[in-house]
Design a protein around this ligand. Structure first.
Ligand SMILES: NC(=O)c1ccc[n+]([C@@H]2O[C@H](COP(=O)([O-])OP(=O)(O)OC[C@H]3O[C@@H](n4cnc5c(N)ncnc54)[C@H](O)[C@@H]3O)[C@@H](O)[C@H]2O)c1
Length: 381
C-alpha cells in the first residue's frame, strides 16, 4: 500500500487600516509603520508612487525620507488601465530586486490610486514569495475600496483583473487631505462605491450622502461631513470583507453594482470609469428592485436624485437589453452558475436573486431611458 499524507494548516490574517492626516509632514511618522513596536526601526524603503502624484508630492516625499535618514528608492510609475499588466509588475519587481529589499522588515510603500496599488501589491506578493507592503491611497475610490481589501490584480489579454492574488497589505493608511487635487469626476467615481455600501447595508449613510454628498464633491472631501461618511463606508466595507476575505461565499453584498459593470467598463465608448459603471449598474438594479416591489418609487427617486446631484450617470448609450443580459450571463458564470444578483430591499438592505429575466432588464432600461433622455451626454463631463 502506498503512503499518503494530508497537510492542513491555517494562515492567520491581520492587517491594519488607519487614518493619518498630512502624511508627508516629517512630524507625522505614520509612513514608517512596519507593524513592529520595537525601537529598532528598519531604515530602508522602496516607495512606488503614481507619476502624477509624484509630480504633486514627490519633493515632500523625498524630504520626508531624508529627514528620517532612511535609505530609500523612489520609483515613479506612469500607470493606467492600459499598462496595468504583468510587464509593469515585473518592472516593479526589478526595482525591488535591485534594491535588495529584505523579506520581512522593509515594507514597500505604494502611493497612488487603485491601479498603482494593485500592481505594487501583486509585485510584493510575488517577490520572494511575499514581502510586506503598505497602501497609501490617493483617490477616493482607493480610500473606500481598493486600499482596504485583500486583493491584488492586473489585466490580461483584454480581461480586467484576470491575474491576481489575495494578498492583504501590512497596512492601509488613509489620508484624505491627499484627495484635494482630484478632478470632480474622480471624486464622483469614489462616491459611487460609498453609495453602494449605503444602499445595501447602511440607510443612515444614505441620508448623510443625501445631505452632504454634493458638498463632498465640491470640497473634494475636505468638508467636515466627509469624515463620518468615509468612515462609515470603510467600516461597512471591512465588515463584509472580514467575514469573507477569501470570497468563499459567492453571495457578497459588496458585489452590488458589479453585475453588469465589468462588461460596461470594458465596452463603453465614451469610456466609463469603474465607479461610473458601478453607478449605471446600480441604477438598473434599483429599477429592477422597483419592478419587483422591493423598493418604492419614492425610494427610486431619492436614489436617482442623489446620483444626479453628484454627477453619476444612470445610463449609458451602450446599455441595450441584449448587452446587459449577456453581461449578466457572463457574471453568472463567474459566480459559479447562479445569478446571485443583489437587489436592494428598501434602502439599506439587500437580497440575492437568481431569476432576473431579459424582459425585466428590457423594461428597466426603457424606464430609465425615459427619465434620462440625455444619458449619452452624461459621461463626457
Ligand atoms: N484591489 C481591490 O480590491 C480593488 C478594489 C477596487 C478597485 N480596484 C482597482 O482600482 C482601479 C481604479 O482605481 P482608481 O479609481 O483609484 O484609478 P487610478 O488608479 O487609475 O487613478 C485615477 C487617476 O487619478 C490620478 N490620481 C491619483 N491620485 C491623485 C491625486 N491625489 N490627485 C490627482 N490625481 C490623482 C491617477 O494618476 C489616475 O490618472 C481599477 O483598476 C480597479 O480594478 C482594486
Amino acid at each position: 500500500m502506498s503512503a499518503k499524507w494530508s497537510v492542513k494548516t491555517q494562515l492567520p490574517v491581520h492587517y491594519t487600516v488607519f487614518e493619518s492626516f498630512d502624511l508627508f509632514n516629517p512630524e507625522n511618522n505614520a509612513l514608517l509603520f512596519d507593524g513592529q513596536n520595537s525601537s529598532q526601526k528598519s531604515l530602508r524603503r522602496v516607495v512606488v508612487v503614481d507619476d502624477y502624484v509624484e509630480r504633486l508630492h514627490g519633493e515632500r516625499i523625498r524630504q520626508y525620507f531624508q529627514y528620517y535618514e532612511i535609505e530609500y528608492r523612489l520609483i515613479s510609475l506612469s500607470v493606467s488601465e492600459d499598462n496595468k499588466s504583468m510587464d509593469t509588475v515585473f518592472q516593479v519587481i526589478e526595482e525591488l530586486n535591485a534594491f535588495e529589499v529584505s523579506r520581512r522588515s522593509e515594507p514597500v510603500i505604494a502611493i497612488g490610486g487603485g491601479v498603482l496599488m494593485d500592481i505594487v501589491g501583486l509585485a510584493a506578493n510575488l517577490f520572494r514569495r511575499g514581502i510586506p507592503y503598505i497602501r497609501v491611497p490617493t483617490t477616493l475610490l482607493g480610500v473606500v475600496d481598493a486600499a482596504i481589501g485583500a486583493k491584488t490584480a492586473v489585466n490580461f489579454q483584454g480581461h480586467k483583473n484576470r491575474i491576481g492574488t489575495f494578498y492583504p497589505p501590512l497596512a492601509a493608511i488613509l489620508d484624505t487631505t491627499l484627495l484635494q487635487t482630484l478632478s470632480d469626476r474622480q471624486i464622483s467615481n469614489g462616491i459611487a462605491e460609498i453609495l453602494k455600501i449605503a444602499l445595501v447595508k447602511d440607510a443612515e449613510l444614505f441620508e448623510l450622502l443625501e445631505n452632504y454628498g454634493a458638498a463632498i464633491l465640491s470640497s473634494k472631501c475636505q468638508n467636515p461631513e466627509a469624515v463620518p461618511i468615509i468612515r462609515r463606508s470603510v467600516q461597512g466595507m471591512l465588515e463584509d470583507l472580514e467575514s469573507n476575505l477569501w470570497e468563499e461565499k459567492l453571495e457578497r453584498l459588496v458585489d452590488y453594482g458589479h453585475t453588469f459593470c465589468p462588461t460596461l467598463e470594458l465596452k463603453a465608448v465614451p469610456k466609463l470609469l469603474h465607479g461610473e459603471a458601478v453607478a449605471v449598474d446600480m441604477a438598473i438594479s434599483v429599477m429592477l428592485a422597483y419592478q419587483r416591489s422591493l423598493v418604492t418609487y419614492q425610494e427610486v427617486e431619492r436614489i436617482y436624485n442623489f446620483m444626479r446631484s453628484v454627477r453619476l450617470p444612470l445610463l449609458h448609450p451602450i446599455c441595450t437589453p441584449e448587452l446587459l443580459y449577456a453581461a449578466l450571463q457572463s457574471t453568472t458564470k463567474h459566480r459559479n452558475g447562479l445569478q446571485r444578483f443583489p437587489l436592494t430591499v428598501g434602502i439599506g438592505a439587500a437580497q440575492f436573486f437568481h431569476d432576473i429575466t431579459y424582459e425585466e432588464i428590457k423594461t428597466a432600461v426603457k424606464a430609465i431611458a425615459q427619465l434620462e433622455p440625455n444619458a449619452a451626454m452624461q459621461t463626457s463631463l
